[in-house]
Write a protein that binds this ligand. Structure first.
Ligand code: GLA
Length: 382
């Protein structure tokens, strides 16, 4: 771990970033999602403190260390910057039982602002470590929901629960089919190599930020559309009902929201069906349609996301779509393994032609959820 912990860690936890295969902007509409965990993880080394304080530092935020009394944490006077995440988690866990003082040292390799959910990875790794040290017996779902509460009520981002549930519940070699209303889950096999494919993430370098107002705007519009249609959430509109619902809404923005959510939920169900039948390669058109819907109906894409997705399509991938909250961040590409080099070159060249820096392109492999790491190996007591 870097930086060297100034305390002897009692425990180390790590949690992964995630990519959502399909089912974007559906989680806050009670809909379906299909994320998988990345092999990019945030690690947190932690030890109890006797003075009831939480003291946190991060290798990714040098000079931004912070501390607070656990009992005094309050969303009305929330910490700013990265500290809002660990402090928010400690605040949220307090509602579930007594929380001890803790030292926390964070080191992570999930790029921030890439739409890969570095914030949920940080939240979940912190929550697991603090829950263990405080002897709170919490299930992975309880931890995920506490982290979502931290993000919603302490950090102030009105996100759904997909990212935290992915960080806590995914398993290697699978995508997590999650019904965000009932929290019913199913592990769906996702093995690109066995299908002769690769999954690539293109980080456009144009950061997305959920704290910008656009994500909250979309959420409000979806809620308004559901209200006008007299349903609890847009998830309750079925595909056959969509035409009548759009006519009833009569407002272009609200109709776009409804069309995106209803069609995206249907695409998730179709994707689960294909994956369960071992037909990963046939997911391409669903990814393509998802991107078009996010771009044209929900209007959460961005020029560089469109450029990356379109270039990958032109270079012969099976399907490509923006992932995460949108307005920047990353694109997921499903491609035949033999096409990987051509796609990488095409995307780099397309960005260069328009004067943009080469985007980072990484192959991603469906990985495990949060886990306890071996303290002896990672941070020997000094
Ligand atoms: C962000 C949010 C999630 C979800 C996605 C869009 O990642 O944190 O809850 O809404 O955007 O699918």
């Amino acid at each position: 771990m870097r930086p060297a912990a100034r305390f002897a860690p009692e425990t180390i936890w790590s949690a992964p970033g995630r990519v959502n295969l399909i089912g974007e902007h559906t989680d806050y509409n009670d809909g379906f999602v299909l994320p998988f965990a990345l092999d990019l993880r945030v690690r947190v080394a932690a030890a109890r403190r006797a003075d009831g304080r939480v003291v946190a530092s991060s290798a990714q935020a040098p000079g931004e260390d912070g501390e607070a009394l656990v009992a005094a944490l309050d969303p009305a006077a929330a910490a700013r910057g990265w500290l809002a995440y660990p402090f928010g988690v400690v605040w949220a866990l307090r509602a579930l039982g007594p929380v001890c003082g803790v030292d926390l040292v964070v080191d992570g390799v999930v790029p921030a602002g890439s739409g890969l959910s570095s914030s949920a990875a940080l939240e979940c790794a912190v929550a697991c470590a603090v829950a263990e040290l405080s002897r709170l017996a919490l299930s992975p779902v309880e931890i995920a929901l506490a982290c979502r509460r931290a993000e919603n009520d302490y950090v102030g981002v009105p996100s759904g629960a997909m990212d935290q549930l992915a960080a806590m519940c995914c398993t290697a070699g699978h995508a997590l089919f999650l019904d965000t209303r009932t929290l019913a889950m199913e592990q769906v096999p996702l093995d690109p190599a066995a299908a002769g494919c690769v999954l690539l993430v293109i980080d456009t370098g144009h950061p997305h930020s959920l704290t910008s107002s656009s994500y909250a705007d979309r959420r409000r519009s979806c809620e308004e559309a559901a209200k006008r249609l007299g349903v609890r959430a847009l998830r309750d509109v079925t595909e056959p009902e969509l035409g009548a619902a759009l006519a009833a809404l009569g407002d272009e923005v609200l109709a776009g929201c409804a069309r995106h959510v209803v069609t995206e939920n249907a695409r998730v169900l179709e994707a689960v069906h294909l994956l369960s039948a071992g037909r990963l390669r046939e997911l391409g058109p669903l990814l393509h349609a998802s991107h078009a819907s996010l771009r044209d109906d929900l209007e959460v894409s961005a020029p560089l996301l469109d450029l990356a997705a379109e270039t990958a399509e032109d270079a012969g991938c099976l399907g490509a779509r923006m992932v995460g909250g949108g307005f920047g961040g990353s694109v997921l590409v499903l491609a035949d393994a033999a096409a990987e080099a051509v796609i990488r070159e095409a995307v780099t060249a397309a960005f260069a032609r328009r004067g943009f820096e080469a985007p980072a392109v990484v192959e991603v492999v469906p990985s495990d959820a949060a886990r306890r790491e071996d303290v002896a190996e990672l941070a020997p007591r000094g």
